[in-house]
Design a binder for this molecule. Sequence first.
Ligand SMILES: Cc1cc2nc3c(=O)[nH]c(=O)nc-3n(C[C@H](O)[C@H](O)[C@H](O)COP(=O)(O)O)c2cc1C
Length: 316
Amino acid sequence: MMDWTDRHCRYLHRLMTRHALLYTEMITAPALINGDADRLLAFHPAEHPVALQLGGSNPAELARATRIGAAHGYDEINLNIGCPSDRVQSGCFGAVLMERPGLVADCVAAMIAASPVEVTVKCRIGVDDQIPADVLPDFLHIVSGAGVTRFAIHARKAWLQGLSPKQNRDVPPLDYPLVHRMKRDFPHLHLSVNGGIMDLDQAQAHLDAGMDGVMVGRAAYHTPADILLDADHRIFGATDTPRSAEDIACLMLPYIDAHLTAGGRLNQITRHMLGLFAGRPGARGWKRTLSEQAHRPGAGPEVVEAALAQVTQQAA
Ligand SMILES: Cc1cc2nc3c(=O)[nH]c(=O)nc-3n(C[C@H](O)[C@H](O)[C@H](O)COP(=O)(O)O)c2cc1C
């Protein structure tokens, strides 16, 4: 997720779940090709498994970006066909490509030919006045024909005119039954459902309905302890004792030290930690301490320790 799932966020989330697949922010193929790839793609080895998400619609560029991403050690390269970009200003990428499955097939074919790791697709159920029940099966048929076997489907349309990207995450209605039907119609494909999934009970219900996977965006970011700390145990069947949010805060301290030593700033990391104690006594004090102090010059791990004290005092 743009501006959210940077490397610091992913490191934090990986401390909470060993098994969930983590995704980068989307990087467009031209940005990667023309930019500082080492800086854009750097990640901590602890983040594995981690998927790089690319945006674009030029097969040759996407192949090149895929090669660069795979060479940097990503476990999967994902093509974004879900982002409601403005088709005029931003060039042709994201959800607008739901209208051009043939071009998407060309893109993924080029990416697969260039990639030693799996190429996957994240898509919508349709855009604008498309009829999802017609276009989604066609899209899956055509794109899987080019070799993709794993899709994450955001179960709502994108309306490319008149809605902001934020509205496009909430306003178009969710159609989970259609996505479930796709799993029945394409049993050989690995299909994950995305959109509006708030907790692990809802995630489990989608798995019980036959889905192969569940992708959780905003809830995992805002309430990471609720979603991620129990995911290994409840979803992946791990038997070791889940860590607590307090454990996670403490485990972040050496990572924070290393980041500060390398010249980074505290709030680059702590901005992703604000929701760690969401819903628990002391959450407000935790959040306030981090928000007010972590951006100050020279702020260090002592700010996190002070914030944590707000939580532990409430618990005592
Ligand atoms: C701040 C933000 C940035 C996002 N950036 C991306 C992105 O880069 N690529 C992508 O495929 N989806 C992106 N999304 C959409 C989410 O991946 C997801 O599809 C959407 O929020 C619905 O799922 P949710 O209800 O679980 O959040 C973003 C969402 C948010 C809130």
